[in-house]
Unconditional design. Structure first.
Length: 95
């Protein structure tokens, strides 16, 4: 598992702009701060209005960003994020 996190951290350095400036020694310190989460299709990772206290990097697949409408159970898709995208940055900047 440790190797997976090391590989993930190296991927983050290459693919996520905010990490480009870290040197390899700094990257090697990141694994304890990461958690690998696999999400099934259709699974909700955070709902509108709830507190989502994490920052996530999409390493494969796609996620939909949905906005609830005034009609119960109905929503609109306002964005689709894929590999390399960051989710949760608003929480990081506002908390």
């Amino acid at each position: 598992m440790k190797r997976i996190f090391e590989d993930l951290c190296l991927w983050v350095k290459e693919e996520v702009t905010i990490f480009h400036y870290l040197d390899i020694d700094d990257i090697k310190k990141l694994p304890p701060y990461f958690e690998l989460l696999e999400v099934s299709e259709g699974e909700v990772i955070c709902e509108e209005g709830s507190v989502c206290d994490y920052l996530a990097f999409i390493i494969s697949g796609k996620i939909e960003i949905r906005k609830n409408t005034e009609f119960k159970g109905k929503h609109i898709v306002i964005g689709i994020l894929s590999k390399g995208a960051i989710v949760g940055e608003i929480w990081l900047l506002t908390d």
